[in-house]
Every structure is written in structure tokens, then in C-alpha cells.
Design a protein around this ligand. Structure first.
Ligand code: ADP
Ligand code: MG
Length: 306
């Protein structure tokens, strides 16, 4: 395992910023750490990189404990912190040389990283002259200098314009071919564009952990259907392959989740006919990351629970 956290908890005052979170990441995976603002992403990442200590629980990078082998771990990870703190008055190459001193990086490696991150034409410029997208490249370059196996990137695309966004995502994907990456974001599309797997965190708790491949192949089908009259859940439960009933608006509108490749619309139609119900509208969709995110991060009140 490249990254492992076990029952990680961080309490600020009376608030649990991270609440009993456990997950592990295999070498070579690109994992999206997804959650709304304030979910606990940055706190988890700061613990993993040894910048803050957990209140309880353990964190490991390449099987080494962050608590006892912090310095060694910092050699094995590259960290792009939230808000990418840079020395704006420095020149790009100068800044990377400055960062490189910590790890005694050779000049040759600095030039390699400048090429890799597409900074060749900007290397002689002052950081303050660069666009946000190019500043992110500088942050990534700094994180990559010591050629770490594991990269921890905290919201690497926040604040970028759409073109810069695409470029930085491409760059991360390219880098990810040879590294393990944990990347935090509050944007679902980012995960779809870049990651192999998603871990969703909400109010400090891990609420979902799924491979995107499985999500795409799961054939989770949602039929949204509106009847002209109320139908009991017990009756709906007779439908084959049904795994969830939701009644989000409380009226005669239902969201029925099925686990099958078969198109369930005709089954629902036959069901309605058998029960003497009319279908006012019906719509089929395949469950995607958006549904997973919505389910994992919205509190259900007792009235709209199936
Ligand atoms: P995210 O990165 O997912 O937006 P954070 O990990 O930054 O979330 O924050 C999680 C929660 O912990 C938030 O409610 C935040 O206000 C709180 N928090 C973070 N850092 C501190 C701190 N140093 N002191 C007190 N509360 C904090
Ligand atoms: Mg954050």
C-alpha cells in the first residue's frame, strides 16, 4: 500500500474535522478525494504529509508511519498544498532551485521537471508574472523535484479557467502514469476526468469509496416514475431487481433503483397496469458519480426515506 490511514480522527475544539476515516491506496492508483468545502480533505492531507498530527488514528506512506518516520516520508511524497503558496517575487527557475535545496536536487533534475511540467518558456519569468494555470505548474514542479513515488495534491485545479483546467488535468494524468496520486477536489467532473477511484468525505466521515470502472459497469439503473395515485412501498418492492425506493418529493413521484442490465421500464409499466395506476411520466437513467455523490452527501429527512 502506498497510502494507508486507519481510524484517523482530528478534533479542533469541539469539532471533529476528520472522524474515524480509514482507507488505503495501492501503488499506481489515481484517487480523487471528493467532498464539499469543509469536509475534512485538507486536514486529512496535512496529517498524511506530517504537517499536523491526528488526534487519534494512524497514517502510513509506503508502509512507514507518519508519526515516527516523518522526515523519511516527506522524501517519498510530493505535496501541493491548498492555495499553492509560492514566493511571487522569485523567478521560476530560481524558486525551483530554492525548493530543490531541501532535497539536494541536481541542476539536471530541475531542468527535467521544468520540461515535464511545460514551464520551459516561463522558467526565466517571475512567478508573479505568471497566470494561475502556470503558477499551478510551478507548484506541481516543486512537488515533483525529488521524484517522489506518491503525490498529494490539494485542490490542484481550483481557480483555474476552463482551458487551464484541461491542461492541468492532462498534466496530472500524464504524471499519474508513473506515480500514486491522491488528489482532493470538490468538483465531481474532475474525478471523472482524472481518477481511477473516488473516496467521498462528508462532514469528516468517509461516505463512499468506489472504483469509477465499477461505477460505470455496475448497471445501476434509476427509473423515475410518477403515478396518478399513491402506491405502498410494500407493493413496489415486488418489482424484480429493485434495490431502493425513494419518494423525494413526497407526492406520487418515485425514484426506483434497480441492479440489472435489463431495461426495467416495461416491468414498471406492466406493474402500473396490474395495480390500476396510470403513469404520468417515466424516465430512465444510469446511476453515475453524480448520483453517488448526491446520495453520499445529502442528509435524508425521515419523510423522504423509502
Ligand atoms: P476541506 O479541505 O474539505 O474543505 P478542511 O479539512 O480544511 O476541509 O476543514 C475541515 C473542517 O475543519 C472545517 O469545518 C474547518 O473549518 C475546520 N478546520 C480546519 N482547520 C482548522 C483549524 N486549524 N482550526 C479549527 N478548525 C479548523
Ligand atoms: Mg481544503
Amino acid at each position: 500500500m502506498s497510502i494507508k490511514v486507519e481510524n484517523l480522527t482530528k478534533i479542533y475544539g469541539s469539532q471533529k474535522a476528520v472522524n474515524d476515516v480509514s482507507f488505503s491506496i495501492k501503488s499506481g492508483e489515481i484517487v480523487g478525494f471528493l467532498g464539499p468545502n469543509g469536509a475534512g480533505k485538507s486536514t486529512t492531507m496535512k496529517i498524511l504529509t506530517g504537517f499536523i498530527s491526528p488526534t487519534s488514528g494512524k497514517a502510513f506512506v509506503n508502509e512507514k508511519s507518519v508519526a515516527t518516520e516523518k522526515l523519511q516520508i516527506q522524501k517519498e511524497i510530493g505535496y501541493l498544498p491548498e492555495h499553492n503558496p509560492l514566493y511571487l517575487e522569485m523567478y521560476v527557475r530560481e524558486y525551483l532551485q530554492f525548493c530543490g535545496r531541501v532535497h539536494k536536487i541536481e541542476k539536471k533534475r530541475i531542468e527535467e521537471v521544468i520540461t515535464l511540467t511545460g514551464l520551459t518558456l516561463e522558467a526565466h519569468k517571475k512567478i508573479e508574472q505568471l497566470s494561475k494555470g502556470y503558477r499551478q505548474r510551478v507548484g506541481l514542479a516543486a512537488a515533483l523535484l525529488h521524484n517522489p513515488e506518491v503525490l498529494i495534491l490539494d485542490e490542484p485545479t481550483t481557480g483555474l479557467d476552463p482551458n487551464q483546467l484541461v491542461e492541468i488535468r492532462e498534466l496530472i494524468k500524464e504524471i499519474g502514469k508513473t506515480k500514486t496520486i491522491l488528489l482532493s477536489t470538490h468538483i465531481m467532473q474532475e474525478v471523472e476526468a482524472v481518477c481511477d477511484r473516488v473516496i467521498i468525505i462528508h462532514k469528516g466521515k468517509l461516505v463512499a469509496d468506489q472504483k469509477l470502472k465499477d461505477l460505470r459497469e455496475e448497471n445501476q439503473q434509476i427509473i423515475q416514475v410518477e403515478f396518478d395515485y399513491k402506491i405502498e412501498n410494500v407493493a413496489l418492492q415486488k418489482l424484480p431487481n429493485l434495490n431502493k425506493i425513494e419518494n423525494p418529493t413526497g407526492s406520487f413521484f418515485y425514484e426506483l433503483s434497480f441492479n440489472t442490465q435489463k431495461d426495467m421500464r416495461s416491468e414498471v409499466f406492466d406493474f402500473a397496469q396490474e395495480k390500476g395506476l396510470k403513469i404520468l411520466q417515466m424516465n430512465q437513467k444510469l446511476k453515475n458519480l453524480e448520483d453517488l455523490f448526491r446520495e453520499a452527501t445529502t442528509e435524508k429527512t425521515p419523510t423522504n426515506k423509502a
